[in-house]
Design a protein around this ligand. Sequence first.
Ligand SMILES: *Cc1c(COP(=O)(O)O)cnc(C)c1O
Length: 249
Amino acid sequence: MQATTKLLLCETMSNPLLRVVDLRAMATECHRHGLKLVVDNTFATPVLTKPLTYGADLVLHSVTKYLAGHSDVTAGAVVARAAEDAARLRQIGIVFGLTLSPMESWLSVRGMKTMRLRVAAHSHNAQQVAEFLEVHPAVEAVYYPGLLTHPQHGLATMQGHGLFSGMLSFRLPDDAAVVNRFMQRSERFPFAPSLAGVDSSCSHPLYTSHRALTDEQRAELGITVGLVRLSVGIEPVEELLADLAHALS
Ligand SMILES: *Cc1c(COP(=O)(O)O)cnc(C)c1O
């Protein structure tokens, strides 16, 4: 924090290592310093966590992801606690043309009608995938807040009402050939930089979301070539587990 700092931006659960932020502690600290807390709640969704109830001032969502949920919309939302922030954002949206087309608005609203059901199904599948990967001999580590071994499992349980989303990461040996072999053999987790659609997908953070960082920054974050991120869909889970077993064999 510097004298010019006005707000602090965090994710409810970080991409791609699923570290969980204590939102209440973060909000308390921000307000003590006169800052606004902005929370990107894309991974958690309002089904798991409503950051405004923990003291956040603004909440961001990539509607592209779980809110619309079917990989057919590019949209975003920002929610404000204070009426004056909401009015200002509305004005900025109008002036800069950040408003959605009718088709995308309709698809987003239509998707949100099933969000609660989808996010529960994503979470249940991801829990089983995480437990499967955690004991698989080819896998070095699994990052999923639903696992008892996750360092913030307790906080995640409290902030997520016992659901942990469909996002998880795992570590293969740091060998591009091993990761490529996995990605080529998996049929149910096709490579896709986006996430959170009803169909499962997989991404390689080193070459996608985190490619712009320096080698030092990536090493500090633990984003190495062996790190794979899965977006677990709502397919029958036994099909996903069979596919992963095949891809890792
Ligand atoms: C994808 C994503 C964004 C960006 O959203 P778009 O709809 O793709 O522009 C922002 N935050 C998180 C956590 C995301 O996963």
